[in-house]
Design a protein around this ligand. Structure first.
Ligand code: HEC
Ligand code: HEC
Ligand code: HEC
Length: 465
């Protein structure tokens, strides 16, 4: 590096360091604010908010992702000789419509505002309209956007667009995606300007961010592994952009955590587990069949996909062909296993006898009908709670949310009419809900610190999408 380049880089670093400070100060949550507010978790948090928002609409009406797929499009098929059909499939695997469709808007016509702690970033119009979409783009421009995060005019794109993962998409797949997008009906829909707060709107800041955190990459197959593992790696690390949620980010929204090692802060009030830790979200101890079923159907005898993950299943994973689900499962099951250190037994945090008695009574009155006296449930539709990871993992956030707000697994072809759980929140005050949670987390061999009324209270107001 020339001295001049070094000085410039240094200045950038300094500026960025100052901004980190600014963010830190800005991020001090107001007292009593729920832990999972959108400001936690930087860009990603919010990226996925948008995905979820769209997805929620499509799932809610039972139509799944299909609602965002134009009727005229050919049947998505990864093995078709027709690049348009292949591209349609890849667009599902990458969940492109999730972000690039405004609520109630034309599929892929963009305009959806993605809220980030830095302001709002609008997803672009991907239809082939000459003025407002990709009409004037060539295949090379599109490849560059996907793989290098630059628009046709050379402008750096915000990583709310997950090109940090899409960079691993092959040229052939990028071209197929482009062919598919070109086949759509052009929709005239100017993308609204981004509304980023100062100083985040300074273009050089994004260039600095890219210099620090983004390297265009190629997917390198591992010759020591079989074809299925490599296909799974390609999908998980590339189009599936699983790391966008499952890898921890720093305050500037860069994925600096252990890849797929779990998010540091909740996402819309949901804990995003580590895919490496079997006590969290790791599937290393699941069978291949269980993993494939969970990814494609959204549930198996051990677990139910909930919250933002339910939308990933509904809008993307359920549309993958069995061979791709098998490949993803092979890859996920072979991930290195990094177990978080076991929680130290803190007797002072254990729930008291009165709490446990209240919790047990509430369980028998309100929950046992569906989940069984012994927490055995009737899987897969009524999950067993004995040994359920949502209760045994270090974070109790996901279980609290399900108990308070109820929930549904995703509607999928394999499970078109999912059994829902009614919200228990309205009928329980904070200390009752805390007692119930404490009891659940200390029954059937589970051990955990007591849940506090404060934790319950913080999660109450976060709406479920
Ligand atoms: C998590 C949300 C999200 C997902 C998923 C997503 N995008 Fe985007 N995309 C964005 C946002 C936001 C922008 C705007 C970035 C900017 O303007 O800096 C964008 C920009 C783009 C652009 C640049 C357009 C232009 O005019 O410069 C292209 C091309 C693109 N996306 C294609 C895709 C494709 C193909 C997929 C699926 C494989 C996809 N996107 C999935 C959020 C997303
Ligand atoms: C929008 C953010 C988001 C994305 C993208 C995402 N996940 Fe998740 N994932 C979550 C959340 C939140 C949970 C916790 C809720 C649950 O268990 O369903 C989760 C849970 C999981 C679990 C644990 C299941 C269990 O019940 O223990 C697995 C496995 C998983 N995700 C795999 C994936 C894979 C593979 C991808 C990429 C194809 C992916 N996730 C993409 C948010 C996301
Ligand atoms: C009408 C039947 C029904 C009742 C009553 C019920 N549940 Fe559920 N519960 C379900 C179903 C179905 C699911 C799976 C859907 C989901 O997770 O959104 C579920 C999921 C859960 C989960 C998450 C499991 C996982 O794998 O993520 C927890 C925790 C839970 N219930 C606790 C309770 C508690 C505590 C009560 C009593 C306050 C209760 N349930 C009452 C049907 C019920």
């Amino acid at each position: 590096m020339s001295p001049r380049a070094r000085r410039t880089a240094g200045l950038l670093l300094l500026a960025i360091a100052g901004l980190v400070l600014a963010v830190l100060l800005d991020r001090r949550a107001p007292p009593g604010a729920p832990p999972g507010e959108a400001r936690d978790g930087a860009i990603v948090t919010t990226v996925t908010n948008a995905t979820n928002a769209t997805n929620a609409t499509t799932t809610a009406n039972g139509a799944g992702y299909g609602a965002a797929t134009p009727a005229s499009a050919p049947r998505p098929d990864p093995a078709s000789p027709d690049p348009v059909a292949r591209g349609a499939y890849l667009a599902l695997a990458g969940n492109c419509a999730g972000c690039h469709t405004a609520r109630g808007g034309v599929p892929y016509a963009g305009g959806r505002g993605i809220e980030t702690p830095f302001g709002t970033i609008h997803a672009s119009n991907l239809t082939p309209d000459a003025e407002t979409g990709l009409g004037a783009w060539q295949a090379e421009d599109f490849r560059r956007a996907l793989r290098e995060g630059r628009s046709r005019d050379g402008r750096a794109l915000y990583p709310a667009f997950p090109y940090t993962e899409y960079t691993r998409v092959s040229d052939a797949d990028a071209d197929a995606l482009f062919a598919y997008l070109r086949s759509l009906e052009p929709a005239r829909a100017p993308t609204p300007p981004h509304a980023l707060r100062f100083p985040w709107n300074l273009p050089w800041l994004l260039e600095g961010w890219r210099m620090l955190y983004f390297r265009p990459a190629r997917f390198e197959p591992d010759p020591a592994r079989d074809a299925a593992w490599n296909r799974g790696a390609y999908l998980v690390e590339g189009l599936g952009h699983c790391g966008a949620c499952h890898t921890a980010r720093n305050l500037l929204g860069a994925q600096t955590g252990v890849p797929l090692g779990g998010a540091a802060t909740p996402l819309q009030g949901w804990h995003v587990p580590s895919l490496l830790d079997g006590r969290d979200g790791g599937v290393g101890a699941w069978t291949q069949a269980e993993t494939v079923a969970w990814l494609g159907a959204g549930l198996n005898d051990r677990a139910v996909a909930t919250g933002p993950m339910a939308q990933v299943v509904a809008n993307s994973l359920q549309h993958l062909v069995p061979a791709d689900l098998e490949a993803m499962a092979s890859y996920l099951r072979a991930l290195p296993r990094i177990e978080a250190p076991a929680r130290p037994a803190r007797a002072d945090y254990a729930p008291g006898a009165a709490t446990l008695e209240l919790g047990g009574r509430l369980y028998r009155e309100r929950c046992a009908d569906c989940h069984g006296e012994r927490g055995e449930g009737a899987p897969p539709h009524w999950p067993a709670l004995a040994g359920n990871r949502s209760l045994t993992m270090a974070s109790s956030v996901n279980a609290i949310r399900t108990v308070l707000h109820g929930g549904f697994p995703p509607a999928t072809r394999a499970n078109p009419r999912p059994y829902g759980m009614p919200p228990a929140g309205p009928g329980l005050d904070d200390s009752e809900a805390a007692a119930l949670m404490s009891w659940l987390r200390n029954s059937w061999g589970h051990t955990a610190p007591a849940t506090t009324a404060r934790e319950i209270n913080a999660l109450r107001p976060i709406p479920v999408e």
